[in-house]
Design a protein around this ligand. Structure first.
Ligand SMILES: C[S@@+](CC[C@H](N)C(=O)[O-])C[C@H]1O[C@@H](n2cnc3c(N)ncnc32)[C@H](O)[C@@H]1O
Length: 198
C-alpha cells in the first residue's frame, strides 16, 4: 500500500534519517557481513536507508526497490552521484520480487511489512531471494502506533491481518527465519536481525 500525505511527512524528514542511522548501527553490531556482498532493500522509500546501508556495510551492489515509482524517483535524486555507482532501483511489489532465488546475501526492510496486506507472502519472498544462511534485517511497527485512536484517522494502512510481536515471530518461524538478535518495544515495534535457516 502506498503512503498517504501524512506518512510521507513522517518518513521524509531529517529525524527519520537519525533514527535509521541508529537502527542500522545497531544492526551492524549484531551481524558482521563481509564487504562486497549482494544486498536488497525492500520498500526503500526516498533512499535514506540505502545511503546509510551503503556506508555502514559496503555492499558490492545494492538493489533498492519500492512499490511506488514516485519513491524510486525520489531515491534516485536523494542519493549522491558517487553513491549511485553500485545501486540499482526497481519499482516492484515485495509480493513478487523480480529477482532469482538465492540472489542476495542480505535483505533489509524498514517499516514495510505493516503496509502489505499479505505480509506473510512478502516474508516468503524475502526467504526465496536470500541465499542459504543469508541475513534479513527488519524494522517493523505494531498497530498501537499506526492504528490508535488518532493515527487511524490520519495514516493509511491495511486493517486486516495485522501483526504484533507474537504473530510476527510465528510467521518468521514458519518462513524459516531464526532470530539472531532483536530489540523490541512490546507495544510499539521491533528491530531484528534474522538468519535464513537452511
Ligand atoms: C513507511 S515507508 C518506509 C520507507 C523507508 N523504508 C523508510 O524507512 O523511511 C514504507 C514503504 O514501503 C513501500 N511499500 C508499501 N507496500 C509495498 C510493497 N507491497 N512492495 C514494496 N514496497 C512497498 C511504500 O511505498 C513506502 O515507500
Amino acid at each position: 500500500m502506498k503512503l498517504n500525505w501524512a506518512e510521507l511527512l513522517v518518513v521524509n524528514n531529517p529525524s527519520r534519517v537519525f533514527q535509521q542511522k541508529f537502527e542500522i548501527g545497531w544492526m551492524r553490531k549484531h551481524a558482521r557481513l563481509a564487504p562486497g556482498g549482494s544486498f536488497l532493500e525492500i520498500g526503500c522509500g526516498r533512499g535514506a536507508g540505502a545511503s546509510i546501508i551503503r556506508r555502514q556495510f559496503c555492499p558490492g551492489f545494492l538493489c533498492a526497490m519500492d512499490l511506488d515509482p514516485l519513491m524510486i524517483r525520489r531515491a534516485f535524486h536523494y542519493l549522491r552521484p558517487q553513491e549511485l555507482q553500485n545501486i540499482s532501483f526497481c519499482a516492484a511489489d515485495a509480493l513478487n520480487l523480480p529477482y532469482p532465488d538465492g540472489a542476495f546475501d542480505a535483505v533489509f526492510g524498514f517499516g514495510v511489512l505493516h503496509h502489505i496486506p499479505n505480509w506473510q507472502g512478502a516474508l516468503a519472498e524475502v526467504g526465496r531471494v536470500l541465499k542459504p544462511y543469508g541475513t534479513y534485517f527488519l524494522e517493523e511497527l505494531y498497530p498501537t502506533l499506526y492504528q490508535n485512536f488518532i493515527t487511524r484517522h490520519i495514516l493509511l494502512h491495511p486493517t486486516q491481518n495485522r501483526f504484533r510481536g507474537q504473530e510476527l515471530k510465528k510467521a518468521l518461524d514458519a518462513a524459516n527465519f531464526l532470530v539472531h538478535a532483536s530489540l523490541e518495544l512490546n507495544l510499539f515495534g521491533i528491530l531484528a536481525v534474522l538468519k535464513k535457516a537452511c
